[in-house]
Design a protein around this ligand. Structure first.
Ligand code: SF4
Ligand code: SF4
Length: 397
């Protein structure tokens, strides 16, 4: 494992951080046994940074349980987050923070982030509620070690927030397909002069790993057949000196082992100018195949009408990147079109609840219209209606 130093705190951090949003799930929630195996193997492999959040359902509790049971709390750094979108007033700062300490079975948080800031107005509102003095008190009491924020807005707004407070870390979305998206490379370089920068979505929700268009995979393979598309994507991030670490949301042992191998060799400047050219070629193919930039984060869910928003978008993208039949199969399965409870895009009533939660700022309603047009022709809708009526009758008997 390679390590980089957080210059603000002096902490020696593994270049591979464990993103705890996508723990393996079974019936009834996160699979405790599999998750414990993953977490403990990652620590054995040198990972010492774990990123979770209030809104990652079940993640804080399970992480706290695993750390306590295996007595490893002092060996790891925990990053968790204040759920800014859920706050109703200053009393909520303590309400969420105290519960997070309980969930994580700890009495301090190493990195505490204002979760998902998108613009200066949001940060100003928190300031008007007294967040600065609340953070200062928590820091003085040793409950929060480093004060930070995660970000999903424009580069301009990012830079305003960076300059407005003595932050000790920030977390941004960054990968070879997002070099100039959100904070982007400009934000990364400016922020890195002041604080460590952690990278989320280095694989764009897995899109840069599995499910790349075949032509893009071939471009990578031709240059280095031993490196997977995920390896190419992570190396692009690690190559940059402004990056302190990247977060990978690992949900099975094969992903973890591959990432550990890659993190062992993750050096600054490891890519040649020829390699950089390869990303550009692959990106041309990827951009023409991925029509909707959904990362599958689920922040927009649940939809009150039951629309499976990320499922619809994933199937739609597959219908371009892999092929129409594969996309259609995925669409029918993920929307449950033939079952009693459908998650089809045609159920959308355009209430707009989902759009305000999307960190990618996707026009979800409009995009669902595109999915419906391509993936749900009238005859398929009819088959779905008949199948559901038949299943309903069978159940009543
Ligand atoms: S706009 Fe449509 S998809 Fe979004 S939450 Fe409302 S009903 Fe669901
Ligand atoms: S639509 Fe937006 S919020 Fe919903 S899963 Fe995709 S990226 Fe996440």
């Amino acid at each position: 494992m390679q390590y980089r130093i957080d210059k603000k705190s002096g902490n020696k951090l593994s270049v591979l951080g464990f993103g705890c949003m996508r723990f393996p799930r079974g019936f009834g929630g996160i699979d405790m046994r599999k998750t414990e195996e993953l977490v403990m193997r990652s620590i054995e492999g040198g990972v010492n940074y774990f990123d979770t959040a209030w809104i990652y359902s079940g993640s804080e509790e399970i992480l706290g349980t695993i750390f306590e049971k295996n007595k490893v709390r002092e060996k790891v750094y925990i990053a968790t987050k204040l759920p800014v979108v859920l706050l109703k007033g200053p009393a909520d700062f303590d309400k969420y923070f105290d519960q997070e300490l309980k969930r994580l079975r700890t009495d301090y948080i190493d990195y505490y982030l204002m979760h998902m800031l998108t613009d200066m107005d949001q940060w100003s509102k928190l300031k008007s509620w007294g967040i600065e003095s609340w953070l200062a008190d928590k820091k003085k009491a040793g409950k929060i070690r480093q004060i930070a924020f995660s970000f999903h807005g424009s580069c301009d707004e990012f830079l305003k927030i960076v300059d407005d407070y003595d932050w000790e870390m920030c977390q941004i979305q960054y990968n070879y397909s997002d070099e100039n998206f959100q904070a982007g490379v400009t934000g990364l370089r400016k922020a890195a002069k002041k604080m460590p920068v952690m990278i989320m979505e280095p694989l764009l929700g897995g899109k840069l790993a599995n499910g790349l268009p075949k032509a893009a995979v071939e471009i990578f393979k031709k240059t280095n057949a031993d490196l997977s598309p995920a390896g190419w994507a992570l190396n692009w991030v690690w190559n940059q000196e402004e990056v302190t670490l990247l977060l990978s949301g690992m949900s099975d042992m094969a992903q973890l082992e591959e990432n550990l191998r890659l993190a062992d060799a993750a050096k600054l400047g490891m890519l040649s100018p020829e390699d950089i050219g390869v990303y550009k070629q692959a990106l041309e193919v990827i951009n023409s195949a991925y029509k909707i930039r959904c990362t599958g984060c689920n922040y927009c869910m649940p939809c009150p009408k039951g629309v499976n928003i990320p499922g619809c978008f994933a199937a739609y993208n597959t219908s371009f990147s892999i092929g129409f039949v594969a996309g259609m199969q995925q669409f029918v399965t993920s929307t449950g079109l033939m079952s009693e409870r459908s998650g089809s895009p045609s159920l959308c009533v355009k209430c707009g609840k989902c759009e305000s939660h999307c960190p990618q700022h996707l026009p979800i309603i409009k995009s669902l219209g595109m999915v419906q047009w391509r993936m749900e022709p009238f005859w398929l809708k009819l088959v779905g209606v008949c199948a559901r009526a038949f299943l309903g009758k069978k159940r009543k008997r």
